[in-house]
Design a protein around this ligand. Sequence first.
Ligand SMILES: [Zn+2]
Length: 247
Amino acid sequence: MCARCGDSLDRAEGPDPGASLCRVCRLAPPPFVRAVAFGLYEGRMKEAIHAFKYARLYPAAPELGRMLAEAIDRLSGDAPGEMLVVPVPLHRSKLKARGFNQAFALAQYAVGFLVARHPEWRLTLAATALKRKRATPSQAGLSPRERRLNVRDAFAVSDAGAVADKHILLIDDILTTGATARAAAQALLDAGAASVRVATLARAQRSFAPDEVLIGQETQGSFSAGPAPAELLPSDRTHFSGDPLSF
Ligand SMILES: [Zn+2]
């Protein structure tokens, strides 16, 4: 796994088989320090997230929150003990339609578990620290480039004083290309946050060439053509680890 974004590393990633970072993170380092996820976005995890978000199966929130807490647990030793927990916001139109923000619900339950498990941590949930400036179409079904453009300048910090010099733990349900996490993290850093870490329930493994993600990145350097998309597909990682869902 990439030490930065958690994507799978394989021989297709580049000339250095011992590299700890994926090609995307090497060529266009994300603004966040590190992203962790409980599992892969597939199989029962994918079904559970769909049920939670789209079928509004809110009773799944505590169990999914516990899984998110497990992912956040992996930051211990690396993350500062005091963090502001910021869920990725929904635009008010989407919030109204869905009835709840899944990232906020997950963050709320995860913080509950973590407070019990890590009494030395000081986690403060800041539900409204970040807001969506405009409604953005769903990222589902968009190409990496479309995803990046879709969320560009979509986020704003409501109160810069609340995030200034704070270490932020950004929460979302899924991390796919990282476009949303990058845009949200950048808005927080622009407002003066000291650092941003990202935790999600599930990580969708890339199924496209890193170049697709990178084209148009401001931080992009020069690089040779990437491997074919098929070579980037994970070969032997088909199941997420952890307990099966109990509902
Ligand atoms: Zn990476």
